[in-house]
Design a protein around this ligand. Structure first.
Ligand SMILES: *Cc1c(COP(=O)(O)O)cnc(C)c1O
Length: 433
């Protein structure tokens, strides 16, 4: 498989170039040359399949020819070594629990896969690879966990100070070794633009081999299509049209859903559910993209004013907004609606949603009211305990802390505080040993 930039489909790159470079020089985003369609037999025999088999099939479809078969299967099995159950809440609604990985958010899937693909691609290099990652909360910890202790690779995480939950911050700042946390006194978009500028900064190239681990990296996106197929496998009522609601920020997750649909998964419509950072819903309705100023919300991992993966979604729909509208419907919700959804689902359906999943729930509920008769899947992107304070305050009940979070809460935070100015970040990178 070769890869092209959304800004120039003519020039093709290898997997190694696309994954280790992360961003093409023209500042577009890498896309696979084509999305492999899985055979009909894959879908007809799906109920009897399992997550590992699906993961291997998808990984093979993308990586064969670039990575040896044995290695592909190892990457697939190790990356998806936790369950992704579809939990039925009522007749027409289920929740896909994507939070059973080590850092309790869906980002574990992409990060674990990417870490393994990157270390394989990097295996013969003598120079260290430095991975810069901007995070709104969950990416950083998933990436840190994925790369922790990996030889020849170091990770520098940039996160917005005071805008991640206390437990998220612990997950970002307590690794040590090859993981460094930079606390940026600004927004996630500030972190993201610092990272983007560093990539385009030739003066850093002598010292560093830089790479990125954000959802801009294609190796994070590809494996995320796996759990859409895994959801399709578990759906019991296959007669009703399938609608999948995706709580979205940078739109990597939803883009992976569009991949899965092109691989053959029969999804009728995707619902893009956002919080008050509503650049995408505005884009779909007006046809013109206008970044919004980032607003802080209780679903903080989705506080993104200018979603990166828009370029990929446009590319997948042939840069035709009408085509995109046929596939994706978008709604935005405020914090009060989010809290009410958490309360309602908890009281009436006895299910504890985290604030992000609750935004997804609202998206499905709104779609279902407009177009009844479908089967809805809401992606629950994080464990409610990751957002302990908000969940406890909203539901008057403490979510139970899974073991992984209990161990971390006593560890000491180590981070370096920086103002969101490129010159300071550049100086930090230059002076770093
Ligand atoms: C990152 C994140 C999102 C948003 O996903 P995107 O791929 O950026 O749209 C939603 N929920 C949680 C819990 C997240 O960590």
């Amino acid at each position: 498989m070769r890869y092209y930039s959304t800004k120039n489909p003519v020039v093709l790159y290898s997997l190694k170039e696309a994954v280790l470079k992360s961003l093409p020089e023209d500042n577009g985003l890498f896309m696979p040359e084509y999305i492999p369609r899985l055979p009909c037999s894959f879908f007809s025999g799906m109920e009897k399949s399992d997550l590992t088999t699906i993961a291997c099939e998808v990984s093979r479809a993308f990586l064969t020819g670039d990575v040896p078969e044995e290695e592909i299967l190892k990457i697939a099995r190790e990356s998806l070594n936790f369950p992704i159950p579809l939990v039925k809440l009522n007749d027409d609604t289920s929740v896909l629990e994507l939070f059973h990985g080590p850092t309790l958010a869906f980002k574990d899937v992409g990060a674990r896969f990417m870490a393994r693909v990157m270390s394989w691609l990097n295996r013969d290099e003598t120079r260290k690879l430095t991975i810069l990652v901007a995070t709104s909360g969950d990416t950083g910890s998933a990436v840190a966990d994925g790369f922790f202790g990996v030889e020849g690779i170091e990770v520098i995480i940039l996160y917005p100070s005071g805008k991640v939950s206390p437990l998220q911050e612990k997950q970002l700042t307590t690794h040590g070794q090859n993981i460094t946390a930079l606390e940026i006194s600004g927004s996630f978009d500030d972190c993201q633009s610092l990272v983007k500028r560093a990539f385009l900064d030739l003066s850093l190239r002598e010292k560093y081999r830089l790479s990125s681990a954000n959802s801009i990296n294609i190796a994070r996106l590809i494996p995320q299509s796996i759990y859409y197929l895994e959801a399709g496998r578990q759906v019991q009522d296959k007669k009703k049209p399938l609608v999948i609601s995706v709580p979205s920020g940078n739109f990597g997750n939803l883009t992976a859903g569009l991949f899965a649909r092109r691989m053959g998964l029969p999804v009728s419509v995707f619902v893009a559910a956002t919080n008050k950072n509503d650049a995408f819903p505005l884009y779909l309705s007006s046809g013109k993209f206008q970044p919004v100023k980032t607003r802080t919300t209780i679903s903080n991992a989705m506080d993104v004013g200018s979603p990166s993966n828009l370029a990929r979604m446009d590319d997948l729909s042939g840069n035709d907004i009408h085509a995109l509208r046929r596939e994706v419907m978008a709604f935005s919700f405020d914090d009060e609606q989010t809290r009410n959804a958490m309360r309602w689902v908890f009281r009436d359906l006895h299910y504890m949603l985290d604030p992000h999943g609750a935004v997804g729930w609202l998206g499905w509920e709104k779609y279902n009211a407009l177009y009844p008769g479908c089967q809805g899947i809401v992606l629950e992107t994080a464990h409610p305990a990751k957002f302990l304070e908000v969940v406890a305050e909203t539901l008057q009940t403490e979510p139970e802390l899974p073991g992984a979070l209990r161990d971390i809460s006593g560890k000491e935070k180590i981070s370096i505080l920086l103002r969101p100015e490129y010159a300071l970040f550049q100086e930090y990178l230059r002076d770093r040993k």
